[in-house]
Design a binder for this molecule. Structure first.
Ligand code: PHE
Ligand code: ZN
Length: 879
């Protein structure tokens, strides 16, 4: 717990470590009332350190120190200083061994950092700074050591004992106890350390690498989850193959293990050879997981696996470099998912997340560069900017270099820095050295926060057949950063002729063969490009594939957007044109009278999507999703959420009424005939059906209601079951809703992952998730204040998705969230700090809302003994 005001840590203060650790020898004695940790470190002075005879400083957090010995001789309390968060030894030799014994209480660890217990098993989470909760250590990623770990525990309660690397020894001890010893041959930072002890079942498979080595693949889960491992195991094998083929990366240990735990702050963790997953991000079966969950699991398994190279073999020098591993690895997993399914759909999903949530972050009080310059609590910096914008930055390098040179660059990066802890700058330099390109201006993407705005204007000179495009770039101010320099932006575009055909893009009048798509490189405040031999006024297709994480302002007409929806050869921009059109229609309706007209062309465009079976159904399924409330808020100057919600609902209802018969026909047509499959085509089918169902229930259609009830009873998979449940929950058929929710709970009450979905579908619904309902969910026997997934599924879904209820004009939603944050701040500060996010955006909202949001933040600020995590978020938000 914090005793003084939290300190800010600056990148500019970085110093190499004074001491290095070559080997770590750990012995864990695990008991029900605590754990004793024996650690022996082989330490030596760092030859690169300038300091002469510096003190040895080791990090610690919530540790009871039992003993310290230097080169085998016990130290007395006058030889060292135990400051709680640091163990300091003033004078030490050049090279020595240090043995420390600490006592910790995993059973009382509710922060879920370090060693803790989850459903009876011991597990660890050490990133970013959890290892210091286990023993005293230089807890920073540029100290890399070889680990040997012996675990001792009761044999009956904890038959499975795991750590990183290979198992080298095992045996029985007195009193029904046993031990197992693990050795990891690869030096690693302590944040990649992991330990698991529990009564788990093992699922095995093998993978033969490109060089012919057989890898043992093992999953460890609680016995009741034994049947939910296949999808993750298959995803793992696909990831291993893909990383060999696309990046030339082979797995490097003989064993690869995955463990599922129910209580976990994040999604999953890439500990060397022993990945630990939040159960909800790894366990799946047809009956219990939706298509979205299947896809998320595949992506996360791949992400953690890919970290073995981008993160573990080559790691971060310090936590300011977090995006070095996260941005690159998200880029890699998104390429993988694109290759496994539909690239266009994957791009649409990534951009949707980026434009709604990351743009909001980048425009708010917590805005920070992809490589931040300072932080108070590093846990607060596992952000959409580090992950998603960081991935976009790597994607832009890929676009600028092309796939071959990019691969040369990644090969050079892995070869040059294998076994090292490096910086984002080292990554960019490898890309430069391999390609011969100058990325010095490009580096600003790592240093400047804020989403660039591109303002595009055009003119057509009919006499000369010249089309002129002018693009102006501005980057908004963000906390601590003003007057930004222009960035290097790859801008992909095409031009469509009046017949819908792509036009050759001739930048000089004598250019013979011109492509129909180009990537323009913007490096200055303003650029004008001239395209020659253009026969008639073209329609521009701008920022294709979303080639850079920027906003584009261009005076689109609705005719142009409809034209692009139909003709753009870039599927992403076809979708985007539809989104812009829908945004325009909804925005025009906000605050206008209830009988205000809705553009009939929107209805006809949607009718075409629903009825034209020649279209790519996966893309159609995406195009039918109206822009979310969160995105509409992001686009608003001063958001009135209930008004946005009403306007969006009116458009939905209008579409559903006008297209009612087409929706029923679409639903019937998409009826499943064969067995359940998770392929892009089958996913699109289910998505279309469930969208049609949802729309029919929005307008209280009795046939829709009958279809939903039948689907709920007959579904053989969770996607269809959840689709029907969600449709009923969001309808006015109150009796059916209650019945459906009760039946669903009775059927799945013993499955925590499904109960979480059940909580979430209610908490996110404006019908079933009013504040009084939320309070009931918190009092439900299945709710658990110690389980982050339950907290997210109720409180997170309410504040993050049920926006009209959360932004109740009476301020009750805000006060509720502030109360929950204060309550959680003591038990789990990481989760508490994340829950604050919706309030941090207070300046985005109309005054009646923002003032009450501000008061809610102040209420949190005034809590006694606020954690460093919540302190940072709240103080920065109010600044
Ligand atoms: N490094 C993990 C990932 O992205 C995320 C994580 C961070 C997990 C911190 C736990 C704690 O793959
Ligand atoms: Zn990651």
């Amino acid at each position: 717990m914090r005793t003084s005001q939290p300190q800010t840590i600056y990148l500019s203060d970085y110093k190499v470590p004074a001491y290095l650790v070559d080997t770590v020898d750990l012995r864990f004695e695990l008991f029900e009332d605590g754990a004793r940790v024996h650690s022996t470190l082989a330490i030596r002075r760092n030859p690169d350190s300038q300091e002469s005879a510096p003190p040895l400083e080791l990090d610690g957090d919530s540790l009871v120190l039992e003993s310290v010995a230097l080169d085998g001789t016990a130290l007395s309390e006058s030889d060292y200083e135990n400051r709680g968060e640091q163990l300091v030894i003033r004078s030490v030799p050049e090279r020595f061994s240090l043995s420390v014994v600490t006592w910790i209480e995993p059973q009382n660890n509710t922060r879920l950092e370090g060693l803790y217990k989850s459903s009876g098993m011991f597990c660890t989470q050490c990133e970013a700074e959890g290892f210091r909760c286990i023993t005293f250590f230089p807890d920073r990623p540029d100290v890399m050591a070889r680990f040997r770990t012996r675990i001792e525990a009761d044999q009956k309660a904890y038959p499975v004992l795991l750590s990183n690397g290979n198992d080298v020894d095992r045996g029985e001890l007195d009193d029904g106890r046993h031990f197992m010893t693990w050795e990891d041959p690869f030096p690693k930072p302590c944040y990649l350390f992991a330990l698991v002890a529990g009564d788990l079942v093992e699922k095995r498979d093998t993978f033969t690498t490109c060089s012919g080595r057989d890898i043992d693949l093992r999953m460890y889960v609680e016995p009741r989850n034994a049947e939910k491992c296949d999808h993750a195991m298959d995803s793992l094998k696909r990831s291993m193959r893909w990383d060999e083929e696309v990046y030339g990366r082979e797995y490097d240990l003989d064993i690869f293990m995955i463990v599922a735990v129910d209580d976990f702050n994040m999604g999953a963790m890439e500990n060397k050879g022993l990945n630990i997953f939040n159960s909800s991000c790894v366990l799946a079966s047809q009956e219990t997981a939706t298509d979205m969950a299947f896809q998320r699991i595949e992506a996360i398994v791949a992400h953690e696996y890919f970290h073995n190279w981008s993160g573990n073999r080559v790691t971060c020098r310090d936590w300011f470099q977090l995006s070095l591993k996260e941005g690159f690895t998200v880029f890699r997993d998104s390429q993988f998912s694109a290759d496994m399914g539909s690239p266009t759909v994957k791009r649409i999903e990534d951009v949707t997340l980026l434009r709604t949530a990351q743009f909001a972050e980048d425009g708010g009080p917590m805005a920070h560069p992809v490589r931040p310059a300072s932080y108070m609590e590093i846990s607060n910096f596992y952000t959409l900017t580090i992950y998603e914008k960081g991935a976009e930055v790597v994607r832009m390098i890929h676009t600028l270099l092309g796939p071959e040179l990019f691969r040369k660059g990644s090969d050079l990066y892995f070869q040059r820095h294998d076994g090292q802890a490096v910086t984002t700058d080292d990554f960019v330099r490898a890309m430069e050295d391999a390609s011969g390109r100058d990325l010095s201006q490009f580096r600003l993407w790592y240093e400047q926060a804020g989403t660039p705005m591109l303002t595009v204007s055009d003119e057509f000179d009919e006499g000369q057949g010249v089309y002129r495009l002018t693009i102006e770039q501005t980057i908004p101010d963000t906390p601590g950063q003003t007057n930004k320099k222009p960035q290097h932006i790859p801008f992909a575009l095409g031009l469509l002729g009046s017949d819908g055909q792509p036009l050759p893009l001739r930048l000089a009048s004598d250019e013979a063969e011109a492509p129909t798509e180009r990537v323009l490189e913007l490096t200055e405040g303003v650029h004008t490009f001239e395209f020659h031999d253009i026969p008639s006024e073209p329609v521009p297709s701008l920022l294709r594939h979303f080639s850079a994480p920027v906003r584009v302002r261009y005076p689109w007409t609705r005719e142009q957007l409809l034209f692009l929806m139909n003709h753009d050869p870039d599927g992403f921009n076809r979708w985007d044109a539809g989104q812009r059109l829908a945004v325009d229609v909804i925005q025009r309706l906000i605050g206008s009278p209830d009988d205000a007209a809705i553009d009939p062309r929107l209805v006809e465009a949607y009718r075409k999507l629903i009825t034209d079976t020649d279209l790519d159904q996966a893309l159609v399924a995406k195009m039918l999703q109206l822009p979310s409330e969160a995105y509409l808020i992001e686009l608003a100057e001063s958001a009135d959420v209930p008004a946005i919600h009403r306007a969006r609902e009116r458009v939905l209802e209008h579409l559903a009424e006008a297209l009612r018969d087409d929706l029923v026909a679409c639903y019937q047509r998409q009826q499943e005939t064969g067995p359940y499959e998770v392929t892009p085509a089958a996913i699109a089918r289910r998505s279309l059906r469930n969208t049609a169902l949802g729309w029919l229930l929005m307008i209280n259609d009795d046939e829709g209601r009958a279809l939903a009830v039948r689907q709920l009873n007959e579904a053989d998979n969770m996607t269809d079951r959840m689709g029907a449940l969600r449709a009923l929950v969001n309808s006015d058929y109150e009796a059916d809703r209650r019945q459906a929710l009760d039946d669903f709970y009775d059927r799945f009450r013993d499955d925590p992952q499904v109960v979480e979905q059940w909580f979430s579908v209610q908490a996110a619904s404006d019908r079933a998730g009013q504040l009084s309902d939320i309070e009931q969910l918190l009092a439900h026997p299945a709710f658990d204040w110690k389980n982050p997934n339950k907290i997210r599924s109720v409180i997170g879904s309410f504040a993050g998705q049920n926006l009209a209820a959360f932004h109740n004009p009476d301020g009750s939603g805000y006060r509720f969230l502030a109360d929950q944050v204060c309550r959680l701040d003591d038990s789990n500060p990481q989760i508490a700090a994340r829950l604050v996010t919706p309030l941090t955006r207070w300046r985005k909202f109309a005054p009646a809302y923002s003032s009450q949001m501000q008061s809610a933040l102040e209420r949190i600020r005034d809590k006694d003994g606020l954690s460093r995590d919540v302190y940072e978020v709240v103080h920065k938000s109010l600044a």
